[in-house]
Design a protein around this ligand. Structure first.
Ligand code: CA
Length: 410
C-alpha cells in the first residue's frame, strides 16, 4: 500500500493515542479492504480488524466471541492492556441530512437512528453485518424527524433480528413518520422489547440514566437532560430537534458524546447536566470523540459545548444535497456549515464527514481511536471537475475540495 500523505493522516490519529498506541496495528490490509463502491466491504473489514486487534489473546475467534469474562476482567485490572475493540460505525448517508450509526462492543450493539428512507438498505446491511447474535441490544431514536426515522416505520425493518430495548424522547408528535415509528415501537414492545422514554430513565426508576454494560470491558452509556426532556406522552408539535436525546459512551480512557440534532440553544443545558454529574468527565479523558450536532449545523456546535468537550475527533453525517452533486460544483452551503467547521478546528483537524470519506468505522481499544474509511459512493465537483473519491478517502474535511468550495461561497 502506498504511504500517501492522507493515509499518514489516518495513522497520525492512531499514534496520538500515546504510549498505548503500539497495541494497534493499522495495517495496510486494514486500509485496503474496501473499494469505494462497496460500503459493505468496510462493514466486513471492521469485524476482521476487530479480530486482528484482539488476536494476541484469542486468535481466530470472532469479535463477538473474544469479549469473554476473562479477557474483560484482565483488561480492567491493567490500565496498560488494550480492551477488546469498541467500534462506532458512521454510515454514509445517501440524501440530504440523515444520521445513522452503530455502536458495537463484542455482541452488544446499539443502533442510533436510521437515516432517511433512502438509507434503509445501508442501515439494514449494517445491522445484518454487525448484529451477529441476531439481538440488537439497544435502539436509540434521537428524535422524531424523518431523516432519523428512515424506514423504521414497520417492525419488518429489522427482519429476524430482535430488538432488546428502545429509548426515544417519548413525546407525541403528529407527523406520519412519527406515528409510524410509534406504531412500530408498540409492535416491538408487544414482541418483548423493553421501552424507555428518556424521561423515565432520568427521573423514573430502573435502569436509570447510567448503564454499565456488564461483560463489555467497562463500556458505559449515560443519558443526560438537555433541559427539554418531557414526560412521556406529552404532545410537542414544535421543532423536534429540541427533543434530541443526548448520551455519552465511556470506554477505557475515551469519552464519546452524541446528541442528535440538538440546537445550540440547548447545548448549555447539556453541558450543565454533564457537569452536575461529573465536571471532569471530559477533562480527565485522554481522547474525546464528538458526533457533531445537527449534521454540523452552524446553529449548533457552540463554543460553549466545544470548549467543554475539547474534542480530539469530530465526525459528521449528512448526504450531499442534490444541487451540490451536479457539475456546477458546490453552489450553496449545506450541512456541515463553514461556521461549525471553523469552530471545530480550534480544537482539532481530525474532523470527518461521511460524504467525503464514506462509511467510517472508529475503533478504540480504550486509548485513542483508529479510523477506517470505505470511501464515498457519491460524487461532487470542484471547478468543473469530478473530485477524486480515492484522493479524499482519508481526508479530513479541511483537506477536502468541499471545504475550499464553501470557503469561496462565504
Ligand atoms: Ca447483540
Amino acid at each position: 500500500m502506498r504511504a500517501s500523505p492522507l493515509v499518514m493522516m489516518a495513522f497520525f490519529l492512531l499514534s496520538s493515542c500515546g504510549s498505548g498506541g503500539e497495541a494497534y496495528s493499522l495495517s495496510s490490509s486494514a486500509l485496503s479492504f474496501s473499494e469505494p463502491e462497496a460500503s459493505t466491504s468496510l462493514l466486513d473489514s471492521v469485524s476482521s480488524s476487530g479480530e486482528s486487534s484482539a488476536s494476541s489473546s484469542e486468535a481466530g475467534s470472532s469479535s463477538a466471541e473474544v469479549s469473554s469474562e476473562s479477557s474483560v476482567s484482565s483488561s480492567r485490572s491493567s490500565e496498560n492492556e488494550p480492551l477488546e475493540p469498541l467500534s462506532v460505525i458512521a454510515l454514509e448517508m445517501k440524501s440530504t441530512y440523515g444520521d445513522s450509526f452503530l455502536i458495537k462492543q463484542g455482541d452488544y450493539e446499539v443502533l442510533v437512528d436510521a437515516g432517511t428512507a433512502s438509507d434503509a438498505s445501508t442501515v439494514q446491511a449494517a445491522i445484518d453485518t454487525y448484529v451477529e447474535d441476531d439481538v440488537l441490544d439497544l435502539l436509540v431514536l434521537t428524535h422524531f424527524h424523518t431523516d432519523h426515522i428512515g424506514k423504521m416505520t414497520d417492525a419488518s425493518f429489522f427482519g429476524d433480528i430482535s430488538v432488546n430495548a428502545i429509548v426515544d424522547p417519548g413525546v407525541v408528535y403528529s407527523s406520519s413518520a412519527a406515528r409510524s415509528f410509534t406504531a412500530m415501537r408498540d409492535e416491538l414492545v408487544a414482541n418483548g422489547s423493553r421501552y424507555y422514554p428518556v424521561y423515565d430513565l432520568l427521573y423514573g426508576s430502573d435502569p436509570g440514566p447510567r448503564w454499565d454494560i456488564e461483560g463489555h470491558g467497562g463500556l458505559t452509556i449515560e443519558f443526560f437532560d438537555t433541559g427539554f426532556v418531557k414526560e412521556p406522552g406529552t404532545s410537542y408539535g414544535g421543532d423536534q430537534n429540541n427533543t434530541s436525546l443526548a448520551f455519552t459512551l465511556e470506554y477505557g480512557e475515551t469519552r464519546w458524546l452524541f446528541a442528535g440534532d440538538l440546537p445550540g440553544s440547548r447545548e448549555a443545558d447539556l453541558v450543565k447536566s454533564i457537569k452536575e454529574e461529573d465536571p471532569s468527565y471530559f477533562a480527565d479523558s485522554s481522547f474525546n470523540v464528538f458526533k457533531a450536532c445537527h449534521h454540523g449545523s452552524d446553529g449548533s456546535n457552540t463554543d460553549e459545548l466545544l470548549s467543554f468537550l475539547e474534542p480530539d475527533l469530530v465526525f459528521m453525517m449528512a448526504g450531499l444535497e442534490k444541487r451540490n452533486r451536479t457539475s456546477s460544483g458546490i453552489v450553496d452551503e449545506q450541512h456541515p456549515y463553514l461556521g461549525a467547521l471553523e469552530r471545530f478546528r480550534l480544537y482539532t483537524e481530525e474532523v470527518y464527514w461521511t460524504s467525503i470519506n464514506g462509511t467510517t468505522a472508529m475503533t478504540s481499544e480504550g486509548k485513542g481511536v483508529a479510523l477506517q474509511m470505505a470511501g464515498r459512493t457519491q460524487d461532487y465537483y470542484y471547478e468543473g471537475e469530478k473530485v477524486d473519491r480515492e484522493a479524499e478517502r482519508f481526508a479530513n474535511v479541511y483537506q477536502s475540495k468541499y471545504y475550499l468550495a464553501i470557503q469561496s461561497l462565504a
